[in-house]
Design a protein. Structure first.
Length: 314
């Protein structure tokens, strides 16, 4: 039996970005939960009994669609829920993968102007569920839209500060195409739009070529993906890891990306800082010896030598 008050609805979002946008529209009026936890990968999520219980109890389910949550339709069907399911990417011009034909790119939230459409779709959905408070949700949408519009302008301004020839974003998987199209930055990724895809030798060769030809100073890791491949790519090309970006999940409360707005703001500042740094200086800093370590190693070796001489002279 639900412990919620009768007038409170349970809104379930598939992923953290959608849950945060919903929280800015619904605020304290209703309860909001997410299926994929913070730091989880929605591409690879395996539904749990807890997920089934959430969906079964829901009044409204918000999904991204565009193949982002390939597991969610089965979860909804098997749960027996009576909730209304809404696809929050409705009315967004959909990009397709540059690598895989007829494959929709689900990462539409990476464009802040699309975030406004997400928010509008959520406002419409919650207003149908709770029409008495439609004016409140519309007012919340207006305030949130203003914040996203300012963010959108700020991102565009910051990306323009990157020299044109260095305006190339190299990431683990192909999650930034909407970001790149909106803010005019070239995207190169090792994996496709889903993290289920394995990196191919041809993809690695392609990215290596871009780094060397354009003298790109940095590549980027992602919060939900093992960084080993990107670390190896950086080492092979003597470039640095420019920082950690958030794409498929927000960060926790202690991270710089605990909200949708903070995620886009952090990603942009991280990208700009790394790609506007002097590449020569970055490489020098990366390859500079760790003198503290060398001194300690020398002390240990000398101490070991003296101990050996003392032992054999006893």
């Amino acid at each position: 039996m639900s412990l919620r008050a009768q007038d409170r609805k349970l809104v379930i979002a598939s992923a953290s970005m959608i849950a945060d946008i919903a929280a800015n529209i619904i605020r304290e009026k209703h309860d909001i939960e997410m299926i994929v936890p913070i730091g989880g990968d929605p591409h690879l999520h395996e539904p749990t009994p807890r997920d089934a219980r959430l969906v079964a109890a829901a009044d409204l389910i918000l999904v991204n669609g565009l193949t982002f949550e390939g597991w969610i339709n089965e979860l909804i069907q098997n749960s027996g829920t009576e909730a209304v399911t809404v696809t929050v990417t409705e009315n967004i011009p959909v990009l397709t993968s540059q690598t895989y034909r007829n494959s929709s790119d689900p990462h539409a939230w990476m464009d802040a102007s699309n975030g406004i459409i997400y928010a509008e779709n959520i406002r419409n959905a919650i207003s149908q569920l709770d029409p008495e408070n439609e004016s409140i949700y519309s007012k919340n949408l207006e305030q949130y839209t203003e914040q996203l519009s300012k963010l959108d302008e700020n991102i565009a301004r910051q990306i323009k500060s990157i020299p044109g020839e260095k305006r190339v974003l190299i990431t683990s998987h192909d999650a930034f195409q909407y970001y790149g199209k909106r803010y005019n930055i070239q995207l190169e990724a090792i994996m496709g739009i889903s993290t289920e895809a394995d990196a191919q030798t041809s993809d690695i060769m392609r990215v290596n070529k871009v780094i060397r030809e354009k003298k790109i100073p940095a590549v980027f890791i992602e919060s939900t993906i093992n960084p080993k491949l990107m670390e190896q790519l950086a080492a092979d090309n003597r470039v640095v890891i420019g920082g950690k970006l958030y794409a498929d999940s927000l960060g926790d409360q202690d991270s710089p990306a605990s909200t949708y707005i903070d995620m886009l703001r952090h990603n942009t500042s991280t990208i700009v800082k790394a790609l506007t740094s002097d590449s020569t200086q970055l490489i020098e800093n990366q390859s500079r010896p760790n003198y503290v370590f060398l001194i300690l190693l020398g002390v240990i070796l000398v101490a070991g030598l003296f101990m050996a001489i003392f032992y054999f002279n006893r």
